[in-house]
Design a protein around this ligand. Structure first.
Ligand SMILES: [Zn+2]
Length: 449
């Protein structure tokens, strides 16, 4: 088997950032050695001062395929991921048709993915109003865990769950030992706020923000924590936005409950105050909140209350964003920017004196644990998949449509000047992306069980 040696003065290993050679034999990391101890037979690729990180894992992506491939699709989503330094993405169970709420739907997704992925992938199953009987079957068929919504998810075929329906599902979820990912907003506060805003100007971002108050996240999270205590399942809060919910999450973790928390790069990079009138590319749920809220989220990453960062890349055709009328009420909610999310994160992290070690923890190690592949992926270590990302920390660039590789190249990141650029991405030892172009073939595969 061919031996490759990836050299850099900044290799991000579990023991810190150091000069090293990563020896790759076939698809796996054989050893990490001092740069002057690379075996003579190895093919040397020297990246100099550019850092080498483990391939990132995005635990929250909406590929929408099969069924709504005109919104995104396996080929475009995984290309965008490769360009962004992600070597594995985990697909959400909704917006595809059929929704992944049963084994047949999971098989349909596998058929759609076959031969079309540039990075590795895995699937979340769905928990909806009436599929309790499918939960353990989905786990047996290879779903990495489950996703549910406590509020309407934007499409009708993936039903939200009430507390009662959730209580029916939780014993099955607990039995699988897999995590339940919850979109944590309760409809009560949202419905009341929206009713009061009937005559407001919905081209203003502030109107949308008021319609999704922090209390809706806080009350959902309080409910989930008490259910977690009662049913002893692994609870994962997806895309936390409201900093008001942090004290409850800190307390739950101190209590020893199996709770993990995710937020998104957009909540850590953007701020509500700067979103212009009609800029519906910024609409997502829960919403991007104030600059002050953003700083609280950064503090929670620092103290470990938030475990990980995932993009929630959720594309749609441009018509659905209704850019012409710029109406935040009727526009589809979803953020896109898989290809530049790492640079967005790095720009903000660096300004707050975090390092690539922190980013690797949030975007590779912790998501690997969530999806149960922490012995194969998420670290540069002996025996791990040779998923490697070459990242130039000093490079700066302006986000243009050519930088976005998902199907419809609009994004709130367009026009942003970001620091830190993905120079190359290797999936299991093979080059897939370098210098803004794709290489090799689409050899991504579903994560083995
Ligand atoms: Zn999502």
């Amino acid at each position: 088997m061919e031996l490759q040696a990836f050299l850099s003065r900044r290799v991000v290993t579990p023991d810190g950032i150091r000069a090293a050679g990563v020896l790759v034999e076939g698809a796996l990391i054989r050893e990490v050695v001092p740069s002057d101890q690379v075996p003579r037979e190895a093919k040397i690729i020297d990246f100099g001062d550019a850092a080498i990180l483990p391939g990132l894992i995005d635990a929250h992506v909406h590929i929408n395929d099969p069924g709504r491939a005109e919104w995104e699709g396996f080929e475009t989503a995984t290309r965008a991921a490769a360009a962004g330094g992600f070597t594995c993405v985990v697909d959400m169970p909704l917006n595809c048709v059929p929704s992944t709420t049963g084994v047949a739907a999971l098989e349909a997704k596998r058929a759609a993915a076959k031969g079309r992925c540039w990075v590795d992938w895995a699937a979340w199953g769905g928990v909806v109003a009436d599929n309790q009987q499918d939960i353990t079957k989905l786990a047996g068929a290879g779903a990495r865990g489950f996703k549910c919504f406590l509020v309407h998810p934007g499409i009708d075929e993936f039903t939200m769950v009430t507390e009662q329906q959730l209580r029916q599902a939780l014993p099955y979820v607990a039995e699988t030992g897999l995590p339940l990912l919850v979109h944590a907003e309760l409809p009560g506060h949202i419905d009341a706020a929206t009713k009061n805003l009937e005559k407001a100007d919905w081209t203003q971002y502030a109107t949308y923000l008021q319609s999704r108050p922090e209390q809706s996240e806080l009350s959902a999270i309080n409910l989930l924590i008490s259910l977690c205590r009662e049913y002893e399942f692994r609870l994962h809060i997806v895309h936390l936005s409201a900093s008001q919910a942090l004290p409850a999450l800190r307390a739950a973790r101190l209590e020893g409950l199996p709770v993990s928390v995710e937020t998104g790069p957009h909540y850590l990079h953007f701020q509500a105050e700067s979103i212009s009138r009609g800029a519906t590319q910024f609409k997502c749920a829960p919403p991007i909140r104030s600059a002050e809220n953003r700083e609280q989220l950064w503090s929670a990453l620092k103290d470990g209350t938030i475990d990980l960062v995932a993009t929630d890349h959720s594309p749609c055709p441009p018509e659905m964003k209704r850019f012409a009328e710029g109406n935040f009420k009727t526009a589809w909610g979803g953020i896109t920017g898989l290809s530049v999310a790492l640079s967005g994160m790095y720009t903000e992290a660096r300004a707050r004196e975090f390092s690539l070690t922190d980013i690797t923890r949030w975007m590779a190690e912790a998501p690997a644990k969530l999806i149960g592949c922490q012995l194969q992926k998420g670290k540069i270590a002996v025996g791990y998949d040779a998923d490697l990302v070459v990242f130039d920390e000093e490079s700066e660039f302006l986000v243009t449509p050519e930088r976005l590789h998902h199907r419809h190249p609009f994004s709130p990141y367009l026009g942003e000047k970001l620091k830190g650029e993905v120079k190359a991405t290797y999936v299991r030892g093979g080059l897939v992306f370098a210098d803004n172009a794709f290489h090799g073939e689409s050899k991504g595969r579903e994560l083995p069980a």
